[in-house]
Design a protein around this ligand. Structure first.
Ligand code: UD1
Ligand code: UDP
Length: 360
């Protein structure tokens, strides 16, 4: 059986690392990289650090509007699928690369497996929500990370092909955290001490492309007076410049703006932060796994367990709410990582494919 994996954005490289390792014990895998992310620190650094197999096809689609990006990917992925004629196409998460991969496959009557199926923020203004809903509805295998995800699918009438496997990002974290603790020098490099800083990431369109929202977030960071380490996504760097917020940050002096970091450095920065501020899906979960309080700069989250268990608070881009949370949000209950599986989601996914391969 031949399996094509389609990836293109930072979190997908992290998600595919444990799955690909497992998959290659049983199947031939062909990797298509759409080129959605392409800067070294958004792309190659992950392939190098996580020993991810080199892509067989690099489509170099790059940046652009949703229509351009998704359309260009669709055209090029279709060409590869026609040439390779795989039995199954594997897609991850909720980016434009996910939707393009699934759509190209389904139209050619190739079976689709969606890893991280069933998540919902119930906000269709977020491009990720559109991508995940559409991908789920055209997938044959829906690998759900949580029970909530299974319920969401059920509520939309998707009952067949759904497998509760746990979260592959939890697999990735468990495998890499020890390596990160041993090999990363990031705290030393940045002159940081454990628990003496906050960590922030911001990149979602609803925050970066909206001037008021990004201004509110940055003003809250500055006003907090806390040392905030802020590895900024290229999208955010672009808008910080466009909205003339860079100068404000420089003048304030308490925000350490740095380029995006590799996964191992990121895990160490997360584990040692006193609190994390983020609009990232993956970072919210990692904060939970590592028992670090998370202040989420969004109105809604698809990772509801982290909020229900008290370790995550949703503050949107509201300056006062952000400041209050920086000051007062101090959860101290338990985390229940079993809700995200047992660190063997990748094995379960591959086992399921193996067991059902005759139906494919
Ligand atoms: C994408 C996903 C988002 C995911 C994020 C992970 C979609 C719709 N969004 O958002 O769900 O959370 O990836 O990080 O698929 N850029 C660079 N260099 C790069 C990559 C991007 O400079 O290597 C800049 C470009 O100016 C580009 C902008 O960042 O226009 C946005 O990139 P894009 O891939 O369109 O979306 P992300 O914000 O990265
Ligand atoms: N990440 C990283 N370096 C950074 C920022 C994030 O390695 O500078 C990792 C983070 O640890 C998590 C993943 O990227 O595993 C999350 O991806 P991102 O925030 O880009 O996208 P999202 O999860 O919101 O889709």
């Amino acid at each position: 059986m031949r399996i094509v994996t389609v990836v293109g954005a930072r979190p997908q490289f992290i998600k595919m690392a444990p799955v690909s390792k497992e998959l290659r014990k049983h199947f031939d895998e062909i990797v298509i990289h759409t080129g959605q992310h392409y800067d070294y620190e958004m792309d190659k650094i992950f392939f190098e650090q996580l020993n991810i197999p080199k892509p067989d096809y690099y489509l170099e689609v790059g940046s652009g509007t949703h229509g351009y990006q998704t359309g260009e990917m669709l055209k090029q992925i279709e060409k590869v699928l026609l040439k390779e004629n795989p039995d199954l196409v594997l897609v991850y998460g909720d980016t434009n690369s996910t939707l393009a991969g699934a759509l190209a496959a389904v139209k050619l009557h190739i079976k689709v497996a969606h890893i991280e199926a069933g998540l919902r923020s119930f906000n269709k203004k977020m491009p990720e929500e559109v991508n995940r809903v559409l991908t789920d509805h055209i997938s044959n295998f829906l690998f759900a990370p949580t029970e909530t995800a299974v319920k969401n699918l059920y509520n939309e009438g998707i009952k067949e092909g759904v497998y509760l496997t746990g979260d592959v990002m939890y697999d990735a974290l468990l495998y890499n955290i020890k390596i990160a603790r041993k090999n990363s020098n990031i705290l030393k490099e940045l002159g940081l001490k454990s628990r003496e800083y906050l960590l922030a990431t911001v990149h979602r369109a609803e925050n970066t492309d909206n001037r008021k929202n990004l201004e509110n977030i940055i003003e809250a960071f500055i006003k907090s007076g806390e040392l905030i380490v802020f590895p900024a996504h290229p999208r955010t760097q672009k808008y910080l410049k466009a909205y003339k917020l860079l100068k404000k940050l420089e003048k304030a002096g308490n925000v350490l703006l740095i380029p995006p970091v590799g996964y191992l450095d990121m895990l160490v920065l997360e584990e040692n932060a006193r609190k994390i501020l983020t609009d990232s899906g993956g970072v919210q979960k990692e904060a939970y796994f590592l028992k670090v309080p998370c202040i989420t700069l969004r109105e809604r989250t698809e990772w509801v367990e982290t909020v229900e268990d008290g370790w995550n608070i949703l503050v949107g881009a509201d300056k006062e709410k952000i400041l209050n949370a920086i000051r007062d949000f101090n959860p101290n209950g338990k985390v229940y990582t079993y809700k995200f599986g047992d660190g063997k989601a990748s094995e379960k996914i591959v086992k399921t494919i193996e067991e059902t391969k005759n139906e494919i």
